[in-house]
Write a protein that binds this ligand. Structure first.
Ligand SMILES: [Zn+2]
Length: 387
C-alpha cells in the first residue's frame, strides 16, 4: 500500500503525506502496510475504482488468516498454534514447548529493506512488494535473483548497500522454495510433490521448518545428524550461529536470511532423499509414500528392493478375476488372454468351465470366441459386439 500510494503521489509530484492529508482527508498513516483504516480504504476505493478487497490485500491485514493467524500479538499460545502443530524434519515428540507473551508470525522486530535490483531497474517505476518487507523469501520470484539491501526511498532516491554487485542468481533450492511461497501468496495454493496444499499450510510448514533448524541438537535425538547435515550443505554455521533459542521473527535480519537458506536446503535435501525427515508432514515433499525410516542414512544409500514382476502379475491377475465376476468386458478380456493358442471348441469349452468355477458368470462368455490373445485391446471400440 505504501509503495503504491508513494508512486501515485510521485505521479502528481506530491509527497505521500500531502496526498493523504489534502486529497484523501487523512493525517499521516504509519501503518499503511499493516492495517490501514477502513475509512481510508473506502476513500481510496471510491477514487481509484479498485475493489475494497483488493486494496485490503495490499496490506498484511488482507493476508490474515493465511499468512498469519492474527495481527494481535497478545493471543495466548499463538506461536505453539502456528509453528508447532506440524512437523517436517523432527518428530513432534522431540519438540520442546515454547511460549512467549507477544508474538506474530513473520513480522520482523527490525525493519527489513530488501528489493529485487531487476524489478527496480526502471527509475520511473520502482515498486516495492509487501513480501519483501518480511523474512519470507530470499529471491525475486519473477527474476530469480537475490533480494538485495537498499537504502533511501525507491521512486525518489535509491542506493544499493552492495553498490557494485550485479544481480546474483539464486541457487535452485532457494528459487524453488521462493516460487512456492510466491504461488501461495498469489494463487492460494502450492503444488508440492505429493499433492496441492493450501497456502495457509505452506506458510506454517515453512515456519515449522525454520524452527526445527533452530532447535538445539541436544533436543534432536537421532535426528541431530540430519539437522547438522542441512547446515553443512548450506555452508552456514549450525543454527546460523545462535546458541540461545529465540523466535525467528526477532532474530537479526542477517541470521534470518541464513535460516531461510537452510530451510531451502532442507527442502531440497528431503526431495532428493539427501536427509530422512521424521516429521508427520514431510511426506508432502516426497513423491512416493514412505513407510517409516530405518535410520538416519540417506535413502539413496540403501539398496532398492528389486521389483518382483511375477508377484505383481499374480496380484494383477487375482484382481482381474475378481472384476471379471461382475464385468462382462473384463471377463472377455481375461478369456481372450487365457485362451491364447487354443482354437478347437473342446479346449475353449474346458476353459469356460474353469472360468465358471472361478465365479465368472457363463453368460458373460457364451457365444464368445476370442479373436486372439490381445483381442481385449480392441474391445472398447465395439468390435466385441459382433461376437
Ligand atoms: Zn525482480
Amino acid at each position: 500500500m505504501s509503495s503504491w500510494l508513494n508512486r501515485v503521489a510521485a505521479g502528481y509530484r506530491m509527497d505521500l503525506c500531502d496526498l493523504l492529508e489534502h486529497d484523501l482527508g487523512h493525517g499521516p498513516v504509519d501503518d499503511l502496510d499493516t492495517a490501514p483504516l477502513l475509512s481510508l480504504l473506502t476513500v481510496l476505493s471510491q477514487r481509484s475504482g479498485i475493489e475494497l478487497e483488493r486494496l485490503r490485500g495490499m496490506s498484511l491485514a488482507g493476508w490474515v488468516p493465511w499468512l498469519l493467524d492474527s495481527l494481535d500479538d497478545r493471543i495466548p499460545a499463538a506461536l505453539e498454534t502456528y509453528a508447532f502443530q506440524f512437523s517436517v524434519l523432527l518428530p513432534r515428540r522431540n519438540r520442546k514447548t515454547r511460549s512467549i507473551t507477544r508474538w506474530r508470525a513473520w513480522l520482523p522486530s527490525q525493519p527489513i529493506q530488501r528489493a529485487c535490483p531487476v524489478c527496480l531497474s526502471d527509475p520511473a517505476d520502482q515498486p516495492l512488494l509487501l513480501a519483501w518487507k518480511l523474512p519470507l523469501m530470499l529471491s525475486c520470484p519473477l527474476h530469480g535473483c537475490w533480494l538485495e539491501s537498499y537504502w533511501g526511498m525507491p521512486g525518489r532516491f535509491l542506493g544499493w548497500k552492495n553498490a557494485d554487485a550485479a544481480p546474483r542468481t539464486a541457487n535452485a533450492a532457494i528459487a524453488a522454495m521462493d516460487r512456492r511461497t510466491w504461488q501461495a501468496l498469489t494463487t492460494e495454493y502450492v503444488a508440492l510433490p505429493r499433492r496441492r496444499v493450501h497456502a495457509g499450510l505452506w506458510f506454517r510448514l515453512l515456519r515449522t521448518l525454520l524452527d526445527e533448524l533452530n532447535t538445539p541438537l541436544s533436543h534432536c535425538g537421532s535426528c541431530s545428524a540430519s539437522i547438522r547435515h542441512v547446515w553443512e550443505c548450506c555452508g552456514h554455521p549450525l543454527r546460523a550461529g545462535q546458541s540461545l533459542w529465540r523466535p525467528y521473527e526477532i532474530l537479526a535480519p542477517a541470521v534470518q536470511l541464513q535460516m531461510l537458506e537452510a530451510a531451502a536446503t532442507a527442502i531440497a535435501l528431503i526431495e532428493s532423499n539427501g536427509v530422512s525427515p521424521h516429521g508427520e508432514q514431510a511426506a508432502l515433499f516426497l513423491m512416493e509414500p514412505q513407510t517409516g525410516f530405518i535410520n538416519d542414512l540417506p535413502v539413496k544409500e540403501r539398496k532398492a528392493q528389486p521389483v518382483d514382476h511375477w508377484r505383481e502379475a499374480a496380484k494383477a491377475l487375482k484382481e482381474a478375476i475378481a472384476e471379471a465376476r461382475h464385468n462382462r468386458e473384463t471377463a472377455r478380456a481375461l478369456f481372450a488372454l487365457a485362451s491364447h493358442g487354443r482354437r478347437d471348441p473342446e479346449s475353449l469349452g474346458r476353459l469356460r468351465v474353469t472360468f465358471s468355477q472361478e465365479g465368472v458368470p457363463p453368460e458373460f462368455l457364451s457365444h464368445y470366441v476370442p479373436n486372439g490373445p490381445f483381442a481385449f485391446l480392441s474391445m472398447n471400440d465395439g468390435l466385441s459386439d459382433k461376437f
